[in-house]
Design a protein around this ligand. Structure first.
Ligand SMILES: Nc1nc2c(ncn2[C@@H]2O[C@H](COP(=O)(O)OP(=O)(O)OP(=O)(O)O)[C@@H](O)[C@H]2O)c(=O)[nH]1
Ligand SMILES: [Mg+2]
Ligand SMILES: [Zn+2]
Length: 301
């Protein structure tokens, strides 16, 4: 991918924001060339993944003058209390765990809540399959089976021996993906397998003289076959900071058939009498492990 502003001067078009650096945005146009754009002040929140309309002007620069409606957005509160959009229009979360460091299923649940809230799909990746025999417990295997039982795909990978890479790439096709997970599970190793050339793009951007590429927004990588990866340190360890009891419960997809059956319409599925969700967990209709982790998450809100 080359940075090629000249061909677009004094024209207009629609494109997708690849990244932001300082006040400038890098936009990928329909023909896959990239264009450096400024933006109107009120479109200041344009972020990686946004679809935008841009307009070239005779002085050779281009400006974003319209932000298309978003499917969803990953936001973070800045220390000043401002909402900062780090990525927009995410189709799929790739939630990475490994056998060492050991899986934290409560963290996986948390990311699944994010996926449900965003209306995005989720793939649960368990990396370091070579260490499974040594470290995986029976409880871990139960946890994985329980995710599969409620319709999540579980993909075992081993980046050292290139196991699972093809399948992951297949699952990423036609979608804008993000990679999430705790430190040490192998996110960078996986990213390097699926986008070996992508570093070139970031190198080009930081050479452009606009100063350091700050990580307040992610970068969109074109992986071919209509697959995209949005990536940045802030995305990889993203933690939602605006959850409430309702959003949390809505994030456990197996609760959905029971939510209308609770006696109280504002039931938090904890202590309330005649709670249909708790009954389902007690009777084994849904996983009591997941329900217990839900209660822990609720208490930690
Ligand atoms: N045994 C084994 N080790 C792996 C595998 N994949 C990655 N590793 C190792 O795990 C360590 C952590 O991998 P990274 O890719 O740096 O993990 P990360 O998730 O990016 O970690 P942070 O950047 O700290 O968030 C490295 O030493 C990798 O070589 C695997 O499939 N099997
Ligand atoms: Mg890393
Ligand atoms: Zn309830």
């Amino acid at each position: 991918m080359s940075t090629n502003s000249d061909t677009h001067v004094a024209t207009q078009g629609t494109g997708r924001v690849i990244t932001r650096f300082g006040a400038e945005l890098l936009v990928m146009c329909g023909d896959k060339t990239t264009l450096r754009c400024t933006t109107k002040r009120k479109l200041d929140n344009a972020a990686c993944g946004d679809w935008v309309d841009w307009q070239g002007n005779p002085t050779g620069t281009a400006r974003i003058d319209k932000l298309h409606p978003r499917k969803n957005a990953i936001t973070r509160l800045t220390y000043r209390g401002r909402v900062n959009t780090i990525a927009a229009n995410v189709d799929q979360l790739i939630i990475v765990s490994s056998w060492l460091p050991e899986p934290f299923w409560d963290l996986v649940d948390r990311y699944l809540v994010v996926a449900e809230e965003l209306g995005a799909e989720a793939v649960i990746v368990i990396n370091k399959q070579d260490l499974a025999e040594q470290y995986a417990t029976d409880a871990d295997r139960v946890a994985l089976a329980e995710y599969e039982a409620i319709g999540y795909s579980v993909l075992h990978m081993n980046t050292l021996e290139n196991i699972g890479t093809d399948e992951l790439q297949q699952r990423m096709r036609g979608k804008t993906n993000i990679l999430l997970g705790r430190s040490g599970v192998g996110k960078s190793s996986i990213a390097n397998k699926i986008m070996p050339d992508a570093a070139i793009l970031t190198a080009n951007i930081s050479d452009s003289g606009e100063g350091r590429h700050t990580t307040t927004t992610a970068t969109l990588y074109d992986l071919g076959e209509d697959a995209y990866l949005m990536d940045s340190p802030g995305v990889r360890d993203y933690a939602p900071d605006n959850l409430d009891a309702i959003k949390l419960a809505n994030g456990y997809r197996e609760f959905k058939p029971y939510l209308n059956g609770c006696h109280f319409s504002n039931c938090t599925h904890n202590h309330e009498p005649k709670c249909s969700v708790r009954n389902a967990a007690n009777s084994g209709s849904i996983s009591s492990n997941r329900y217990q982790r839900y209660l822990d998450a609720l208490n930690n809100l």
